[in-house]
Design a protein around this ligand. Structure first.
Ligand SMILES: Nc1ncnc2c1ncn2[C@@H]1O[C@H](COP(=O)(O)OP(=O)(O)OP(=O)(O)O)[C@@H](O)[C@H]1O
Ligand SMILES: [Mg+2]
Length: 449
């Protein structure tokens, strides 16, 4: 039973545009299939990404950087999402937009270093003495709550655990008994109690005790074998940032009142690094360098770039993946023009993957996949029209029209989107170039800066 703490890296709305993506769609020789795992075309970039995933899994990418560069709507973010799917849940993947570094809550460099440390996992192995068995008897000794006499709380309990080989009865404290109550532990459950910390975990329901008409979402498990008291190895992955926060919180009573998002002292991070290095040397832990994906990289300024460049030199640096749709652009905070608006010294050490505009057929297939993912039926004419808009305007525009066109179809009491729905949706919602044109036309009448 592994306890796992993990970051909820992706915000729902940002990921939802890519919910159809399940992976990179490669075969065992890392060659891209035409359409697979929700991805279409863009084969060179997908194959390059496949090699990166392999290198990350082998631990050969730590502290290195990758840039995914290409025009808007060519699948840069989609490929990053696919990489995270391929990495699986044991390797941290943190997805941020560079705009998130600029907030009023903390310095931008602090936000960046926290994001980097969320992207580094520490796999910790621990051997602990536990009591494990099926609960065959549980009796509470209830007394009135001293603070609220109308309520009863357990003062102690008698617990009987059994394995296939032995049975033992324990007298447990009120604190532990309260945990049993809160977790709804009852006779027939298989549980594990950490002897030192008294933490209780329910493993599942014993197969032998399964009630006949019971329905519940628990797992059915075998009754444990051997002794009740035993040593068990636990493995779990936590991030450096989790450790930083846990250590920062130990800073006395005042830390109780501080909000969750705040700056962490460098001394704390240094102490955590020291501790982790010690664990690694003792063979109790392993570093798992994950990925920090920074989308919309052009929003980073020279200070952030410089800070990141330096941080990437550290022993404990994640793999950084940047995405940019800029050509030659000013590096934010300077007057210097550079490729992708990225300082040349950083650019120099990045592996670059490029994405290319899609063919008409590819656009059609992507729209079909998105429609299927959203449960939207399209007539052939509607799909033709959306494809045309995808080619003429942009892929993203065509995809965005799916939802309003679907609403318009429903207003006609039809489950299927027809040509007229797409046409109407495209009249109601303009794309970026149309809206810029509109701005130019009405410039004098709109409020300026
Ligand atoms: N090859 C592909 N296969 C399937 N879906 C794709 C593919 N490429 C892009 N998409 C989908 O098309 C939409 C636009 O792509 P995406 O957001 O990845 O573009 P981008 O290159 O990141 O653009 P920007 O530069 O504007 O950030 C998304 O919904 C994405 O999931
Ligand atoms: Mg993007």
């Amino acid at each position: 039973m592994a306890v796992e703490i993990r970051e909820i890296a992706q915000k729902f709305e940002r990921i939802s545009a890519h919910s159809h993506i399940r992976g990179l769609g490669l075969d065992e020789n890392l060659r891209a299939k035409d359409v697979a795992d929700g991805l279409v075309g863009q084969k060179k970039a997908r194959e390059a990404a496949g090699i990166i995933v392999r290198l990350i899994k082998e631990g050969k990418m730590a502290g290195r950087g990758i840039l995914i560069a290409g025009p808007p709507g060519t699948g840069k973010t989609a490929i990053a999402v696919a990489i995270s799917k391929e990495l699986g849940k044991d390797i941290p993947f943190v997805h941020v937009s560079a705009s998130e570094f600029y907030s009023s809550e903390m310095k931008k460099t602090e936000a960046l270093i926290q994001a980097m440390r969320k992207a580094i996992g520490v796999r910790i192995r621990e051997t602990r003495v536990v009591l494990e068995g099926e609960v065959v008897g549980l009796d509470y000794n209830m007394v009135p709550n001293p603070y609220n006499p109308t309520q009863k709380i357990p003062e102690s309990a008698t617990l009987t655990l059994a394995t296939t080989d032995e049975q033992k009865t324990f007298s447990v404290s009120g604190r532990l008994a309260l945990q049993f109550l809160y977790q709804g532990i009852e006779v027939g459950d298989v549980i594990v109690i950490d002897k030192e910390t008294g933490r209780v975990a329910k493993v599942g329901r014993s197969k032998r005790a399964k009630k006949k008409f019971d329905i519940g979402d628990y797992d059915l498990v075998d009754v444990p074998k051997g002794r009740i008291e035993k040593e068990k190895e636990f493995t779990y992955v936590i991030t450096l940032h989790d450790l930083d926060e846990a250590n920062a919180r130990r800073g006395g009573i005042f830390s109780l009142f501080e909000p969750a998002s705040r700056e962490i002292d460098n001394e704390i991070r240094e102490a955590v690094d020291e501790q982790v290095k010690k664990w690694v040397e003792e063979g109790r832990a392993e570093l798992v360098p994950g990925v920090l994906f920074i989308d919309e990289t052009h929003l980073m300024d020279i200070e952030l770039f410089a800070f990141m460049n330096r941080a990437m030199e550290s022993e404990m640096a994640p793999i950084i993946i940047l995405a940019s749709n800029r050509g030659f652009a000013k590096i934010r905070g300077t007057d210097m023009v550079a490729p992708h608006g990225i300082p040349p010294d950083l650019l120099d050490r990045l592996l670059i993957i490029t994405t290319e505009p899609y063919s008409e057929d590819e656009i059609r297939t992507i729209i079909e996949i998105r429609a299927a993912e959203s449960g939207i039926m399209l007539s052939k004419d509607a799909l033709d029209k959306l494809t045309e808009l995808g080619v003429k305007n942009s892929l993203r525009y065509a995809i965005q029209l799916l939802a309003p066109a679907h609403e318009l179809a429903k207003l006609r009491n039809s489950g299927k989107v027809e040509l007229e729905d797409v046409e109407r949706a495209s009249q109601l919602f303009v794309d970026v170039s149309q809206s810029s044109e509109y701005l130019k036309r009405w410039e004098e009448k709109m409020l300026g800066m």
